[in-house]
Ligand binder design. Structure first.
Ligand SMILES: [Zn+2]
Length: 321
């Protein structure tokens, strides 16, 4: 064994020296397995709605953090008691998984993992107090990122990558709430992290948020705040998608302006961050018809859409130097 170990570096150097220059520039992007990503989405849904302060929420948080550890990430569970618009104290957990933790150049990838407690946009009034299963609005983004984490563990990208699953994004005041509620009642986990980052002084080259990235034939437009804070990152991601043949998903046109986790990462942390979020210019809400209804189930998760997003982001990350 000792002998082998001492000759290996020499052999490796020798081979590297013989490589033609063009070969060194070839970037091998690991294959994004959509079956695996789909499985990660389904697994979360199988816990039931991941509403803060429920057993399903606790069980799913443990699952997410153990998966990130299994893939070789350095994991931090950031726990906090967050106060919702109605005074409820939410036992929240932001789950942070870091790859290449020592690398100075870092990319931040994030999604919210909690489920909305009320399907307040359900067409049937009797369903509006039921929780949302959040297959799309939660689990889809996390599922894509878990598959990417699995691949990062096998084949480290050049840059450092931090994946954050934010909690308590979707506990914002419902339509029926008559009390005073601010726009800031959403994205509580992200607001907390942005004011208390897991590493003091944390920063990243840019951030990408995934939200509702699994619906059949979903369309992702250039979200307006993303363009305002990080237009070059939007262009980078949308061009990459286009070159991979996903232009029918990533529409290179102006979309809506959405209050989402990326706003606080931009405004408080100063990390230029974009939101890949389904936008339907023809629907009343701008989102899919399943949004904040009891129909946000696995029936509305499509492998082709997950693949378009996951494959695009794999190319974006592995092209970073
Ligand atoms: Zn939502």
């Amino acid at each position: 064994m000792l002998f082998l170990l001492t000759i290996l570096p020499f052999t490796a150097c020798n081979q590297a020296a013989k490589k033609p220059q063009s070969e060194e520039k070839t970037i091998n992007v690991p294959f994004f397995s959509v079956d695996s990503a789909y499985g990660f989405v389904k697994k979360q849904v199988d816990f039931g709605p991941r509403v803060p302060n429920t057993a399903a929420h606790v069980a799913c948080s443990q699952y997410l953090s153990s998966e990130l550890k299994r893939f070789g990430a350095q994991v931090i569970e950031q726990k906090a008691d967050l106060t919702a618009f109605d005074g409820t104290i939410l036992k929240a957990v932001n789950i942070i998984g870091s790859f290449n933790p020592a690398a100075e150049t870092r990319i931040l990838l994030f999604a919210h993992w909690d489920s909305r407690p009320w399907a307040d946009h359900d067409p049937k009034p009797e369903n509006r107090k039921k929780p949302v299963m959040a297959a799309n609005d939660g689990a889809s983004g996390v599922g894509v990122l878990l598959e990417m984490a699995r691949l990062f563990g096998q084949n480290k990208p050049t840059v450092g990558v931090d994946i954050i699953f934010f909690d308590a994004e979707d506990y914002g005041a419902p339509e029926s709430f008559s009390g005073q509620s601010a726009e800031d009642s959403w994205c509580l986990g992200t607001q907390y992290w942005a004011k208390n980052p897991h590493i003091p002084g944390y920063t990243a080259r840019y951030g990408i948020l995934l939200d509702m990235v699994g619906a059949p034939q979903a369309t992702f437009y250039r979200e307006q705040s993303s363009d305002y804070y990080a237009g070059s990152v939007v262009t980078k991601v949308w061009s990459q998608a286009q070159s991979l043949g996903f232009a029918n998903y990533f529409i290179n046109q102006k979309g809506g302006a959405i209050t989402d986790d990326h706003i606080y990462v931009n405004q408080i942390m100063g990390i230029p961050s974009i939101d890949i979020i389904q936008y339907d210019p023809n629907s009343g809400s701008g989102f899919g018809t399943y949004w904040h209804t009891t129909s946000d189930t696995m029936d509305n998760v499509d492998k082709n859409t997950l693949n378009a997003v996951g494959t695009t982001l794999m190319h974006v990350i592995y092209n970073e130097r």
